[in-house]
Design a protein around this ligand. Structure first.
Ligand SMILES: NC(=O)c1ccc[n+]([C@@H]2O[C@H](COP(=O)([O-])OP(=O)(O)OC[C@H]3O[C@@H](n4cnc5c(N)ncnc54)[C@H](O)[C@@H]3O)[C@@H](O)[C@H]2O)c1
Length: 387
């Protein structure tokens, strides 16, 4: 059976996620408390509306979060709700703000998110990029004044629905130490690229540019287990295997880890994201970006995002058929373990969605359900119902 464990780390942006596989060892299984997608969405919409977020914006933000839970990225679903609510409550995010186009060409647009909700800014920008890609083959939209926009692939999926190749990136609060540095100067800066393939198949990459999320370090800490090399640094800037020290230092290593293991490539990718988002959009970048905690932040995030849509028909014919063949070739290579066929980007999330459909709902952890109960009381809304 697959179990997902989540950990909230006070004072840090991250919510960690680990998937622990245990074969039918758990004979004394507790019946899981399931929440339907519809009910989870209703609950989140009600939370946002309780803080005077207009219906349309509340729906956009709730759809993003429930979409992340459905895909198995629980760290970016309901778990983020409280942080968004706290930001709205102290007015560090403006739930009513509408994005505005500042400058435009046929293929590009520069947008001011006016400190609106991440999904509101993101959907607006990607829809604009889609329109431009349909008109002139490519749409490249850069936003400043944005907020945390959740899982990067959410916007890419929008472009893929139109048969377009989509890309999306955002900068985030500093947590990654550049190769050779003692302190964090970049965020986990995710990248997503999606390409539609024939027969409803696709390739959908969506990844942070750090080696792991801080939550994985917390899990090792709770277990009293050491960290593998390449995850995190201690205060001296050296790789640490001490989970306690790593947790307190909050300095993640880039994708790849140490210099020897080419971690500078992950550093380069994280920096690339910040250039295309923070620097290019006129938003905050690198160490200018605020820290973000569970209690919310008292200053605006002013994050930068980028959304790109490309019409593959502008290039070689039969893109989707070629993508389908491409995917088959990757999935079809001989696996090292015959029981574990090779997956491509997006396959894990597809499996997660199938599992949720089969189960009939989302299985949230007890601590998440408790937070929801407290939120319902605090915002005076109907508590979440279980199946
Ligand atoms: N908005 C933000 O500030 C922010 C910051 C960081 C991450 N995120 C989001 O967090 C989510 C999780 O990011 P992550 O880096 O932990 O993702 P991850 O490590 O779970 O997956 C990264 C990618 O690898 C693919 N993948 C996973 N296992 C695979 C395997 N065995 N073989 C082949 N491909 C495989 C996945 O399909 C995915 O495309 C993403 O949605 C990301 O956008 C958001």
């Amino acid at each position: 059976m697959d179990r997902i464990y989540l950990y909230n780390l006070p004072g840090h942006l991250f919510l960690g996620l680990v998937l622990i596989r245990s074969k039918s060892r758990c004979s004394k299984k507790k019946t899981p408390k399931l929440v339907t997608i519809k009910e989870s969405r209703r609950f989140m919409i009600d939370c946002f509306k309780a803080l005077n977020v207009p219906d349309k914006h509340a729906v956009a933000q709730a759809d993003l979060l429930v979409g992340a839970d459905y895909r198995g990225h629980f760290s970016h679903g309901m778990n983020r709700l409280e942080m968004y609510i706290n930001d709205l409550a102290i007015n560090s995010t403006d739930g009513c703000a509408e994005p505005e186009i500042l400058k435009e060409t046929k293929a590009t647009a520069w947008v001011d998110g006016h400190n609106g909700l991440g999904a509101v800014v993101g959907n607006f920008c990607m829809d604009l990029a889609i329109k431009k890609a349909k008109d002139v083959g490519v749409g490249w939209v850069c936003a400043k004044g944005s907020n945390h926009y959740g899982m990067a692939c959410w916007y890419v999926l929008r472009a893929m629905e139109h048969g377009l190749v989509g890309m999306s990136m955002t900068n985030t609060s500093p947590l990654m130490a550049p190769t050779g540095a003692k302190e964090a100067a970049l965020g986990t800066n995710p990248i997503s690229l999606g390409a539609p393939a024939a027969n409803c198949d696709s390739f959908l990459l969506d990844m942070a540019t750090t080696a792991v999320a801080v939550g994985k370090i917390e899990i090792q800490r709770r277990k009293g287990a050491p960290l593998p090399d390449g995850w995190a640094q201690g205060p001296d800037g050296k790789v640490t295997n001490d989970a306690e020290l790593a947790f307190n230092t909050a300095c993640l290593m880039p994708l790849g880890g140490s210099e020897l293991n080419a971690g500078y490539k992950g550093f380069g990718l994280g920096a690339m994201v910040d250039i295309l988002t923070g620097v290019m959009s006129g938003a905050k970048y690198s160490t200018q970006v605020r820290k973000w905690t569970h209690t919310g932040a008292d200053i605006k995030a002013d994050l930068g995002n980028v959304f790109i849509a490309v019409d593959p028909n502008c290039f070689a014919p039969d893109f989707e058929e070629r993508m389908s063949d491409f995917n088959c070739r990757l999935r079809g290579v001989q696996p090292t373990d015959p029981k574990k066929p090779v997956m491509i980007a997006g396959d894990k999330e597809t499996k997660n969605m199938e599992n949720v459909d089969k189960a009939g709902g989302l299985e949230y952890l007890e601590n998440q359900l408790k937070t929801c109960e407290e939120l319902a009381k605090r915002l005076k809304i109907k508590p979440m119902k279980f199946i």
